[in-house]
Design a protein around this ligand. Structure first.
Ligand code: ADP
Length: 287
């Protein structure tokens, strides 16, 4: 059974910032969501898992492979879609994938061409495979990014902040694509967008200030809040009063009206109504 086991991983940057603080996680096959605000340490963790930077302490094992000590071996079974996915604008998708495939040790010749064509079809870029990458839209570039991460049938795929900048239509296509590959591979999806995790992931963790704050299955984590969330429409002044007196987890506008959500064992007053928990509520209780 393929597993990624991260144990007590720590990293302090040269400026003294502790980006990872004894992070421990066990991640099996399927889609794993890593949620956290900007600055939580997600990218640092992703880059470390992708063998692109060192840790100060701790271990990472992918089955029998020591990720920190055997980076060359790990790269053969790793697919990585980084946050800033630069493409060479004057190269076609087909040329670029063939190049990456040969670097990753996919044998050249007919096998390679077939593998590349198959991947391009899978991400819906076959018809535009000879177009230059510079002419691709944001969504097309992201799908190309997935194709290059899938080359060589990796055991572990790391996707860092994938849906930033995608329109709803492209985002939906991207979700569909990711969910198809999740079954037999470990896919780690790092994001600050709760909906990405709620839509796609079977297991998840929330990170904050370099630490793992919470792990579990999205639905189970939501269940823990059942019966403890209360909501009501408020004015700005009332919101301030709530913030002073109650455990407010969020406030947001809905159809032009401000609503407050509080955590409590029973309704704080008769205007509050019970709110069914969402993953966003779980996230907000951790911030
Ligand atoms: P996230 O991906 O969750 O936004 P990052 O891992 O990018 O978080 O960053 C975690 C913290 O580490 C941030 O406060 C960031 O400013 C800091 N950081 C990231 N990279 C470096 C670096 N190369 N040097 C110094 N500090 C860094």
């Amino acid at each position: 059974m393929t597993k990624l086991i991260i144990n007590q991983l720590s990293k302090t940057y040269q400026n003294g910032h502790r980006a990872l603080d004894e992070v421990s996680l066990e991640i099996g096959k399927g889609m794993f969501g890593l949620l956290g605000q900007n600055g939580a340490g997600k990218s640092t963790l992703m880059r470390t898992l992708a063998t692109l930077q060192d840790a100060d302490a701790g271990t990472v094992f992918l089955d029998g492979l020591d990720v920190l000590k055997q980076p060359q071996e790990v790269r053969k079974v790793l697919g990585y879609l980084p946050q800033d996915f630069g493409v060479y604008p004057n190269v076609s998708a087909h040329e670029m994938l063939a190049y990456i495939a040969s670097m990753k040790g996919v044998r050249s010749g007919k096998g390679l061409k077939e593998a590349v064509d198959e991947l391009l079809a899978r991400v819906n870029l076959y018809d535009v495979r000879h177009k230059k990458l510079g002419t691709y839209s944001g969504g097309m570039k992201q799908r190309f990014g997935i194709a290059q991460a899938l080359i060589g049938q990796p055991m572990l795929i790391i996707v860092d902040e994938p849906t930033a900048g995608l329109d709803p239509w492209e985002r939906n296509r991207f979700y569909n694509l990711l969910s198809q590959i999740g079954e037999n591979t470990i896919v780690i999806l790092s994001t600050h967008i709760v909906e990405d995790v709620a839509t796609l992931c079977r297991d998840m963790a929330i990170m904050g200030q370099g630490k793992v704050l919470l792990t579990g299955k999205p639905q189970q984590l939501e269940q823990t809040l059942l019966g403890h969330l209360w909501q009501k429409p408020v004015s700005r002044d009332e919101l301030e009063r709530c913030q002073q007196q109650l455990s407010v987890i969020s406030s947001h506008f809905h159809a032009g009206q401000l609503h407050v959500t509080v955590l409590a064992n029973e309704a704080p007053d008769s205007q509050f109504i019970s709110k069914p928990p969402t993953l966003e509520d779980v996230y907000f209780t951790q911030l």
